[in-house]
Design a protein around this ligand. Structure first.
Ligand code: DLL
Length: 435
């Protein structure tokens, strides 16, 4: 059984990797400077020229990019090539009304899918496998990324998308799926549903699962492994940097190897922006090294993380990131969808409500719940239940359009949202997401 998808690069020595990174970075910085006016201006403002960047050690001279920059440059301002060279977009939540839109050339897609194929092979995948992709397809990167990776590997691919659990289970059992790809909460739900239908873990043909897009604990890993009778692997990524497969777990299950021949990782102090040494916790920052359409230099992910170069028993040499330990902003991931409180606030203002609200997130039967409590103004107050229900329904619809998931809305009396020391607590997250 092949152990690596691209053995040469996945097991290259640190010196070899660094050499590749240096060469690619120099090229990428010139590419960005010559083609992305938005970033060229940031570099000019900082007084950095592309010739100042000779190795990855010079990267700290470059300015950071944030989600706010992506919003400002929306939609085409960070495009690194002519639109006619692009073959696809994917998109994820922005902090307010504007979404993040990432562009891909065919080459970008090929490299991204290779990263996903590496993840599949690390989970024991071969061309003989049947890979059930139950991440969402569409603007979200999860479905297409793993689907493409599975094609590259030559496995039989079931592009199920998420949801319709009865059909998932029917295909899983009838077509003998051996690798399941979906969010960890959906994997747990599938495991639970299989048990409810009377199946034992050994009744299915699954051997592994590749689960990511949201935080999950070791406890959850054990539950999933037990209920499905598989080995569960973590996978990390973000739309801005390509999608799933930026980093993936190997059989050691002690963190995720970053595909650092394509993405250069740094850990910074989120307050000062200072680069921190290996082993220290801080915010993960990525520089794409060979992207054509959407090349981002020093993109601040807001994910809090630790990097390590400790030798890995799997033989891969690429740096490992731990499971993200939280966020340095207020983004929530609910049912695999990224949600910012500022998006909720934008809808409330658009719909004529004051932004006095509380978001309550919980998890029932491995499915996230989202309840939003909104205070009415005295002139909006009504004690006619049908009237309130009507307005809650309309507001839930507007929220679904903005967020991509439907919350349960609760219109409540003025001044009834809990306040602590005079300030409203905006988010109550009752889930256990981190170890
Ligand atoms: O979630 C890409 C993806 C799809 C990754 C499928 C893995 C599997 P976005 O929607 O742009 O992209 O969300 C990116 O999700 O910054 C993290 O905060 C979070 N995230 C992604 N993977 C993990 C993970 C996809 N394994 C944001 N553990 C990231 C914890 C994760 N958080």
């Amino acid at each position: 059984m092949p152990k690596y998808y691209q053995p040469e690069i996945e097991t290259a020595s640190y010196d070899e990797i660094k050499k590749i990174q240096n060469e690619k970075l120099v090229k990428q910085v010139h590419h960005v400077y010559n083609n992305v006016a938005y970033y060229r201006n940031l570099m000019d403002e900082k007084g950095v020229s592309p010739d100042d960047i000779k190795t990855v050690d010079d990267i700290k001279k470059l300015p950071f990019l944030t989600k706010a920059d992506l919003r400002e440059a929306y939609p085409y301002g960070l495009l690194g090539t002519d639109l006619k060279n692009c073959v696809r977009i994917h998109s994820t939540s922005g902090t307010t009304g504007k979404r993040v839109v990432a562009f891909y050339t065919q080459n970008d897609i090929d490299l991204w899918e290779e990263c996903c194929a590496r993840a599949l092979v690390a989970a024991g995948g071969t061309p003989q496998d049947v890979v059930q992709v139950a991440y969402g397809f569409g603007l979200f990167t999860g479905g297409s990324g793993l689907n493409g990776g599975s094609h590259k590997l030559g496995s039989l691919t079931l592009p199920m998308s998420s949801g319709n659990t009865d059909r998932q289970i029917q295909f899983l059992m009838d077509l003998g799926a051996t690798i399941l790809c979906c969010t960890p909460s959906y994997a747990a739900f599938i495991g639970e549903t299989l048990a409810e239908k009377g199946f034992k873990p050994e009744d299915n043909t699954l051997k592994a699962g590749i689960f990511g897009a949201e935080p999950w604990t070791e406890e959850m890993r054990h539950d999933i492994e037990r209920s499905l009778g598989i080995k569960a692997f973590d996978i990390y990524g973000l739309t801005e940097i390509s999608g799933p497969g930026v980093a993936f777990e190997c059989e050691e299950q002690t963190g995720m190897h970053i595909n650092e021949d394509h993405f250069y990782a740094e850990i910074i102090d989120p307050e000062t922006g200072e680069v921190l040494p290996e082993g220290e916790e801080g915010e993960l920052v990525f520089t794409s090294l060979d992207k054509e359409a959407f090349p981002l230099l020093r993109y601040r992910t807001r994910d809090l993380c630790v990097l390590t170069r400790k030798k890995c028993s799997c033989g891969r040499t690429h740096v490992k990131m731990c499971k993200p330990k939280g966020r340095s902003d207020d983004m929530l991931i609910i049912r695999g969808v990224n949600v910012f409180p500022s998006q909720i606030e934008t809808v409330l203002l658009n719909e004529g409500y004051t932004p006095n609200y509380q978001i309550v997130v919980d998890r029932e039967n491995n499915t996230d719940t989202l309840d939003i409590y909104v205070e009415m103004q005295p002139d909006q107050f009504s004690d006619v239940i049908s009237d309130l229900q009507e307005r809650e329904k309309a507001l839930a619809g507007a929220m679904r359009t903005m967020l991509g998931i439907g919350p349960k809305m609760h219109l409540v009396a003025p001044k009834s949202v809990a306040r602590s020391e005079g300030k409203a607590v905006r988010v109550v997250d009752k889930r256990k997401l981190h170890d």
